[in-house]
Design a protein around this ligand. Structure first.
Ligand code: FES
Length: 133
């Protein structure tokens, strides 16, 4: 993919974000920031039958972090928790169109993945704790 095409994909998701917003009573949520710049990403998820039935992101940051968050919501929607656990950085970067972002930009692109995984693992931890009670 040419670098122009990758920039177009990022800009499209940045200008027309999919699944941006908040939801009432999410089953899981997490928020984190990039310590280098302070940009913030928040993720909220709902689950039904162990699948992601809804996901929303919110945040404030550079085009790459916000575009990556938006794209990640599309990758995650409808997936089982097991499938979500298998989404790694190579899958996200490939979907963003550039496995060759520089080190600083990679941190921007991967912040939403870290936030989403934190939310899912917190949810799983609470579920396991509740089952053991
Ligand atoms: Fe802050 Fe990209 S410059 S996340």
């Amino acid at each position: 993919m040419s670098s122009d095409m990758y920039k177009e994909i990022i800009l499209d998701y940045y200008k027309n974000p999919r699944n941006r917003g908040t939801m009432d009573s999410p089953d899981a949520k997490a928020k984190d920031s990039n310590p280098l710049c302070g940009d913030v990403v928040e993720m909220q998820l709902k689950f039904a039958n162990d699948k992601v039935s809804d996901i929303k992101f919110n945040g404030d940051g550079c085009a790459i972090s916000q575009a990556s968050a938006s794209m990640l919501t599309e990758l995650v929607m409808g997936k089982t928790i097991e499938e979500v656990r298998k989404i790694d950085k190579s899958i996200l970067l490939e979907n963003l169109g550039s496995p060759n972002l520089g080190a600083v930009r990679i941190k921007c692109a991967l912040l939403p993945l870290k936030v989403m995984k934190t939310a899912v693992y917190d949810y799983l931890g609470e579920k396991i704790a509740a089952e053991e009670d």
